[in-house]
Design a protein around this ligand. Structure first.
Ligand code: HEC
Length: 89
């Protein structure tokens, strides 16, 4: 049989593209989860005291400051508190 390059075999190319797509999608999901974990940790460390661990605006300092923070989970506050924020669960 004459040697046909592997990439010229339709099935081979299709499987290769599907495999690569799966790898890229899995990597994006892994990155997204890692970024959310970093952001979540940062929020707990730097923001939760006022905004509350669940971002509801009921942190332990919320009543001790002049103006309590709003509920960040309702999407009714000024940017960056808007639909660009990723949903965490
Ligand atoms: C010392 C308390 C305190 C800390 C710590 C704090 N915030 Fe706030 N934050 C507030 C208050 C109070 C407001 C409301 C300010 C206003 O309405 O003028 C606010 C407003 C906001 C808003 C705008 C919401 C709106 O009503 O439009 C966002 C978004 C926000 N904070 C995010 C964060 C993030 C992210 C962090 C951590 C990196 C953080 N805050 C840390 C007290 C705090």
């Amino acid at each position: 049989m004459a040697s046909t390059p592997m990439w010229k075999i339709p099935g081979f190319t299709a499987v290769l593209i599907m495999g690569l797509t799966t790898l890229v999608v899995a990597e994006e999901e892994r990155t997204r989860k890692a970024m959310l974990a970093i952001g979540s940790e940062e929020f707990q460390e730097s923001c939760a005291a006022c905004h509350g661990a669940d971002a509801s605006g009921r942190g332990e300092l919320a009543n001790k400051i002049l103006k309590p923070p709003k509920d960040l989970t309702r999407g009714k506050c000024r940017p960056p508190c808007d639909s660009r924020l990723p949903k965490t669960g």
